[in-house]
Write a protein that binds this ligand. Sequence first.
Ligand code: PGA
Length: 243
Amino acid sequence: MAIRRVVAGNWKMHHGPSEAARFFEALGTVPDGPRVVVFPPIASLAAAVRAADGVELGVQNIHPAESGAFTGETSAAMALEAGARLALIGHSERRHVFGETDADVAAKIRRALETGLEPCVCVGETLEERRAGRLEEVLERQVLAALDALPTDASFLLAYEPVWAIGTGETATPADASQAHALLRERLRARHGDLAGRVPILYGGSVKPGNAADLMNADEVDGVLVGGASLQAESFRAIIDAA
Ligand code: PGA
């Protein structure tokens, strides 16, 4: 069975509650077809839950602990209760700006699954790593660490987001994306067998209405994770229509 396409938007630290409500009002009802997901900032989750129509919602981060003295953090259970159904885990900004390790990513995946949130796990190499010919090694390390925390019956998404393509206007070519996705799929198959044919692998990094269709039509690409272009309803809608 073919994997259902996914169009996901990561708002990062943009759009407070009123902006979130305006966004979903402008977006309207999304058409049947692709699975559409938005990751608003936690402060806008409640407003998004009220306003979204046909869009699944997720959080951009969770803490691995169940609860406790972790000022400023959000637990998976709270996120679920507040209306999130997915959790973005291991986004490159979490890894590179906040110093999250593969072990942190694995711990968050375990907590998400235990709580009932579907993880969307991000992996990707930096420009330095790519130039040094370390693409395969880095992706393999990141994905295997994540798979250690993902049982073979888990439901989850993977996102390949080359760090050099995030927010830079620099996009991987459809061929670059296919190559990386094929590697991820292959590791997934080696570890998890048939599940590999059911896990959506999204491409992320400067996806725009103008390149979304080509990227989504590339081999092994099942959808997109969109940052900047997910902030305006019009451009996000155009990407959904391209799916
Ligand atoms: P971008 O961000 O589309 O703005 O490059 C993608 C992401 O960080 O998920």
